[in-house]
Design a protein around this ligand. Structure first.
Ligand SMILES: [Zn+2]
Length: 53
């Protein structure tokens, strides 16, 4: 099956600890995108007055 991150065809086997990704790198990249999206919460701006600069 294709890796969701880079599209490389990888074996979908239980021997691959990073499935459905092809490697640890792709898995970490995907988790990183996920984390950064969660970090973009609109209510997380304690000092809106800084926009006056
Ligand atoms: Zn990959």
């Amino acid at each position: 099956m294709p890796c969701p991150q880079c599209g490389t065809q990888s074996e979908y086997s239980s021997a691959n600890p990073y499935r459905p990704f092809c490697s640890e790198r792709c898995r970490l990249v995907d988790l990183g995108q996920w984390a950064s999206e969660n970090y973009r919460i609109p209510e997380n701006n304690p000092k809106p007055e800084n926009d006056e600069y």
